[in-house]
Ligand binder design. Structure first.
Ligand code: NAD
Length: 404
């Protein structure tokens, strides 16, 4: 079996070590389209391979056979292709891979934020995707950091359980694909099948959490004035932010209600309110379960995390300004909340609270998605909203993407 890993950062270091060390895999290749990265990585990997030091107590070494920047060199014959990349690069990779991919390939992304399937169908073609196993993990299985480039990487934390969505080809099953991926990443995290791509796209917790909490905090601050310290992310949220999170999530659930009314056979059971998601995910780590605001402030798992900031030198010394190039904005808006907004628009559901968050964030990242409550801004085509892929009515969107 031949596996191609796409990317070149922290996660690709971990995957290179894990997958290359498996006996059932004949060949592991790495493909990086980031200029100069493939050569740099190829030259940095020692003979014994990349060492992955992990929190489960079993260090792993593995060496990919080829590290290339040329899809024609590594993609032909690939049985499995895994993306571990920021989502804004997915389209570029899919376009580059398309001429070389074999029918029936198993292809997916970790993480595969909102609309990964839309992006794959648009770029590879519906028939090709139907004949492939497409998968997406809700997040990366590990918190990981390169220790020494090309040589060693550390898994700081292996998640316990994460959702995976699989759309199997004819003759294959979700369990088959899931079993293969589970063997590649190891015993943990346990991959738990989610209902379908639509449910996963709408249940994108990052797309609700990160933009709304950022808006809630910075709306009261002069962002041109540097901060002495990076402000706390979850513990810095005020009551207004807690209510806003609830309202944005209410709007997502209204989309669910309308979809289920129209398509009663649709399974969106894994799509829940963010309040319930938090209780399920953190349980007893939360001290005060009164409302979202109190939960954000009393969740042990959220302690000590701060807003993404950049350091700046000022006459009074080192200070911090918000980093709007961070994935909380550059991924969780165009591949997150904007995708949900697009589906809401097709379903005819008004989303004034979601719009308020998007409008503030788009201004910070100098983009334009929502104008006067409509997804008609000039940058919709750089998002993964259904409208970017030409969908203008709900039935066509639901049928062509095989949600019904
Ligand atoms: P990383 O930042 O280490 O690597 C990103 C890779 O993406 C780069 O090595 C490069 O190959 C590619 N890339 C970045 N910008 C590019 C561009 N403009 N053009 C072409 N290629 C480009 O990321 P990572 O830590 O390996 O994580 C992979 C994904 O998982 C990211 O989306 C990240 O946000 C997410 N994630 C990471 C962690 C973690 O602990 N590392 C945790 C959760 C989620």
């Amino acid at each position: 079996m031949k596996v191609v890993l796409c990317g070149g950062g922290n996660a690709i270091h971990v995957l290179s070590a894990y997958v290359s060390s498996k006996d059932e895999i004949d060949e592991v290749c790495v493909l990086s389209l980031f200029p100069g990265e493939a050569e740099r990585l190829r030259n940095a990997i020692p003979e014994k391979g990349i060492q992955c030091i992990n929190d489960l107590g079993d260090d792993v070494f593995g060496k990919p056979s080829i590290v290339s920047d040329d899809p024609a060199e590594v993609i032909p014959g690939a049985d499995v292709v895994i993306f571990a990349l920021p989502s804004f690069t997915h389209e570029m990779y899919l376009k580059a891979l398309k001429p070389h991919l074999k029918r029936g390939v198993t292809l997916g992304s970790m993480p595969g934020e909102g609309g990964f399937d839309l992006c794959a169908i648009h770029n590879l073609g519906g028939d090709f995707v139907k004949a492939s196993n497409l998968f997406a993990l809700e997040t990366l299985p590990w918190a990981c950091r390169i220790k020494e480039y090309g040589t060693s990487v550390e898994v700081l934390g292996t998640k316990k359980e994460i959702d995976i969505v699989v759309s199997p080809k004819d003759g294959s099953t979700v369990n088959e694909v899931l079993g293969l991926l589970q063997r590649l990443i190891g015993k943990e995290p346990i991959l738990k099948p989610a209902c379908n791509f639509l449910a996963v796209t709408l249940m994108n917790i990052n797309s609700v959490w990160h933009p709304t909490i950022s808006y809630g905090f910075f709306r009261n601050h002069d962002i041109t004035k540097p901060f002495d310290e990076p402000p706390p992310f979850y513990e810095g949220a005020d009551e207004y932010t807690g209510e806003m999170l609830a309202k944005v999530s209410d709007e997502v659930l209204e989309v669910k209600r309308v979809l289920l009314e129209k398509y009663p056979g649709l399974d969106l059971s894994s799509l829940t309110h963010v309040r319930d998601w938090m209780l399920r995910s953190y349980g007893d780590d939360i001290g005060d379960k009164t409302n979202i605001y109190t939960m954000l402030h009393s969740n042990k798992g959220y302690r000590g995390l701060s807003h993404p900031m950049s350091e700046v030198d000022t006459p009074e010394g080192k200070k911090y300004v918000p980093n709007f190039r961070y994935r909380y904005y550059t991924e969780d808006i165009p591949m997150g909340l904007v995708v949900t907004k697009g589906i809401a628009e097709l379903a005819g559901v008004p989303t004034p609270n979601m719009d308020e968050v998007i409008v503030w964030c788009q201004e910070m990242i100098k983009k334009e998605y929502v104008v006067d409550g409509k997804l008609s801004g000039k940058d919709v085509d750089s998002s993964r909203a259904p409208q970017h892929y030409g969908f203008t009515d709900l039935d066509t969107f639901m049928k062509q993407n095989r949600y019904i």
